[in-house]
Design a protein around this ligand. Structure first.
Ligand SMILES: Nc1ncnc2c1ncn2[C@@H]1O[C@H](COP(=O)(O)OP(=O)(O)OP(=O)(O)O)[C@@H](O)[C@H]1O
Length: 267
């Protein structure tokens, strides 16, 4: 078991942000965490990274129950995270290579001397992710798409069991998005790769390898299960409370609003 949330609720500043969430992720599965703005996706991720502890319920990640044992560096390196809040913490003058390398220690910046093996792994990750061209450039000079690939390299550096991608395609144009998704697809297909949680509010980003989906709505697990069942007309129309059409093409879903008369939409 890579992750287990049992009846998890979270209260912050007097309001319930998460309510009674059950979620179980087995090794070898790749999950989409899908929810609209404000659904509580960030709150769940903060719990998975032990920045928040549940008000009630139990969180177990890579075999460790949070709150029971201190979160040492060892556990931090077992969970790879790519998020915009992490992006803001990095040192803009570090090179892409240094940023990837720092993932070996799950640190912001490099304070320890990397081994030759770590250096070689960083180079091979930069190569696999198509970042060699700008490996020596300062992070601040990279485009958003390039930054995301470097961050994925950083997250993979310590061979995590769980890789969390928090809206990785945000702000990317179509080509940059598809280039990034292609790399994610490769990681998801690799037999020795990590289990991945892909957080998004865009159905179009869901890759065929992500065959499980949790629909999160207003802090509650609206439904979870096979992606094809979750990302379907009936399920999403109920979820959005708006009639929608989902079309699967090339193993990817496309979402449109059902063509209704203005009168129906207003009622
Ligand atoms: N520290 C806090 N105190 C009070 N309310 C909070 C706190 N953190 C988050 N919330 C509220 O909890 C809800 C869920 O927030 P969260 O950031 O987890 O949503 P999200 O699904 O990540 O949204 P988005 O897609 O917009 O990033 C929101 O209504 C938010 O305002």
């Amino acid at each position: 078991m890579v992750l287990q949330l049992e009846n998890v609720s979270l209260k912050r500043n007097g309001s319930w942000i998460l309510k009674g969430i059950d979620w179980c992720i087995q090794e070898g599965e790749h999950w989409v965490l899908f929810g609209l703005n404000g659904a509580g996706k960030t709150a769940i991720l903060k719990m998975l990274n032990a920045y928040y502890f549940p008000t009630s319920g139990k969180v177990t990640v890579v075999g460790k129950e949070f709150g029971k044992t201190p979160l040492g560096e060892h556990l931090r390196t077992k969970i790879g995270l790519v998020s915009s809040s992490l992006q803001q913490k990095l040192y803009p003058s570090d090179s892409a290579y240094e940023i990837v390398l720092s993932g070996a220690f799950a640190s912001i910046g490099l304070y320890e001397t990397p081994t030759d093996e770590m250096r070689a792994r960083a180079v091979s990750l930069l190569d696999e992710l198509g970042c060699m061209e700008y490996a020596d450039r300062n992070y601040e000079t990279l485009s958003q798409g390039e930054r995301q690939r470097v961050l994925i390299g950083r997250a993979l550096m310590a061979k995590p069991q769980l890789l969390i991608l928090d809206e990785p395609a945000n702000g990317l144009d179509f080509i940059a998005r598809e280039q990034l998704l292609e790399k994610i697809e490769k990681i998801a297909e690799s037999p020795e790769g990590p289990t991945i949680i892909f957080v998004t509010h865009h159905v179009e980003e869901i890759l065929p390898q992500f065959n499980k989906t949790l629909l999160l709505k207003k802090g509650e697990a609206f439904a979870s299960g096979d992606t094809r069942e979750m990302i379907s007309n009936d399920m999403l129309s109920n979820f959005f409370e708006l009639p929608v059409d989902v079309v699967w093409k090339n193993d990817r879903p496309l979402l449109t609003r059902k063509n209704l008369s203005v009168k129906t939409l207003l009622t």
